[in-house]
Design a protein around this ligand. Structure first.
Ligand SMILES: Nc1nc2c(c(=O)[nH]1)N[C@H]1C(S)=C(S)[C@@H](COP(=O)(O)OP(=O)(O)OC[C@H]3O[C@@H](n4cnc5c(N)ncnc54)[C@H](O)[C@@H]3O)O[C@H]1N2
Ligand code: MOO
Length: 396
């Protein structure tokens, strides 16, 4: 049996970033850049107005009420703009080219138009006011985004604005998922006493899809050693991470541990001093990772968030593999006996967190409304109301 911290360290130490691939920008959300992206253009690439108003030469404005002659217009998208001389102003709009001679733009709210003349009700006017200079955001040739950047909607927009349509990223793992158990029914099959509707597949597939992972090969095995071995062999062929659900405890029909041994997966740890999820097994074979998740649904999902997700994130190049963690006061007192650290399904509301009713590992009802997990080490087995606890935010 290892501690929670030891288990996490072993998972991290055995998880390696995957190979790189080129992706279209539209399909790159949630991937991590494997190379720096160099700007091939400056942003902005031409001098732009940041306001609707009038382009002027700032030294022309000598007092409040200076009058200038209106001699032209520059609207967004116009590629040629007329020249300007001292004493003139040009009508201009947000995003439009600023004439080369103009040194500032006056907001139209600070002006009044009298026939063909414009009165500037602003003084003094500084050089460059309301003008976005070339390269203000980024200059051509500079590093726009560094290797290791997680591609968010903001990054995708930034890159597209520089005419980037492909990026080099770390690929995401392909997942093999094995559901074991003679008791499992698929949705739609008639319910009979002794059987249950299998829910771990839908739950884990949903959790993986939140991470942008859709390449999942699903298999089912009866509580039988040969079919478990066969299923693992097949899932190991094309996948980077193999997850099994159920069959990892000490019962006579728990064959997952033996099957993993038979297919040559080296056991890194088995059993973690935690509740739920004690019988978690983690193994590897070359670069492939194996997680045998306990069948109890809440145990399975806790183990996914606390161990599988960090491994997957490291494989995809992320530097922040764990769920975001913070300390919040607990709304309620909570205590437990025993020698295992506890992970509690919890709800963060405002600036406090409440442990939910129904913490048993077979019950998903509390997980169904949770947005966080509280982590309580054995050393904090008695929590007072208002006491700070470690909270891991679920990824949504
Ligand atoms: N003598 C002992 N018994 C158990 C121990 C122990 O230390 N000594 N540990 C308990 C703990 S803790 C857990 S957690 C479970 C883990 O058992 P397994 O991983 O072998 O899982 P199963 O026995 O196959 O199933 C457990 C439970 O979960 C249900 N299940 C399984 N698969 C699914 C699925 N895909 N969807 C929904 N529910 C599923 C299954 O029907 C069982 O009720 O072992 C304890 N026993
Ligand atoms: O560890 Mo089990 O997951 O407590 O039921």
């Amino acid at each position: 049996m290892v501690t929670v911290n030891e288990a996490k360290q072993k998972v991290i130490a055995n998880s390696k970033v995957l190979s790189i691939e080129t992706r279209g920008l539209a399909d790159a959300l949630g991937y991590v850049l494997a190379e720096d992206v160099i700007a091939t253009i400056s942003l902005p690439s031409f001098r732009q107005s940041s306001m609707d108003g009038y382009a002027i030469i700032h030294t022309d404005i000598v007092k409040n009420g200076t009058i200038l002659k209106l001699t032209g217009e520059s609207k967004a998208g116009q590629t040629e703009v007329s020249e300007m001389i001292s004493g003139n102003a040009i009508r201009i709009f947000t995003g439009a080219r600023v004439p080369a001679e103009a040194t500032a733009v006056i907001m139209q709210e600070h002006t009044s138009l009298v026939e063909n003349e414009i009165v500037i009700n602003e003084f003094p006017v500084s050089a460059g006011k309301n003008v976005r200079e070339i390269g203000r955001q980024i200059s051509e040739g500079a590093v726009a985004l560094t290797q290791g950047t997680y591609l968010s909607p903001g990054s995708i927009g930034f890159l597209q604005g520089m005419n980037v349509n492909q990026v080099t990223v770390f690929r995401k793992p392909r997942i093999g998922l094995l559901l074991t158990g003679d008791e499992l029914l698929k949705v739609g099959e008639p319910l009979v006493a002794g059987k249950i509707y299998e829910s771990n597949s839908a739950m884990l597939i949903a959790a993986l899809s939140q991470e942008g992972i859709f390449d999942i090969e699903l298999k089912y095995a009866d509580d039988d050693l040969d079919s478990t071995i066969q299923a693992f062999k097949e899932l190991t062929e094309n996948n980077d991470v193999i997850l099994a659900s159920g069959g990892i405890s000490v019962g006579d029909y728990d064959f997952v541990g033996v099957a993993l041994q038979v297919i040559g997966a080296e056991q890194v740890f088995y059993k973690v001093r935690q509740k739920p999820g004690k019988p978690l097994m983690f193994g590897k074979r070359e670069e492939k990772l194996f997680f045998a998740l306990p069948g109890n649904p809440a145990s399975s999902l806790v183990c996914y968030y606390e161990y599988v997700l960090p491994a997957i994130r490291i494989m995809t190049g992320r530097k922040d593999p764990f769920l975001r963690s913070l300390k919040l006061p607990s709304k309620y007192a909570y205590s437990f006996d025993g020698e295992r650290d506890e992970f509690l399904k919890a709800l963060v509301e405002g600036d406090e967190v409440m442990p939910l009713d129904g913490q048993e590992s077979f019950a998903l009802r509390s997980f169904a409304v949770a947005n966080a997990i509280i982590y309580l080490p054995v050393s904090q087995s008695k929590v007072e109301s208002g006491e700070l606890v470690e909270v891991h935010l679920l990824p949504f």
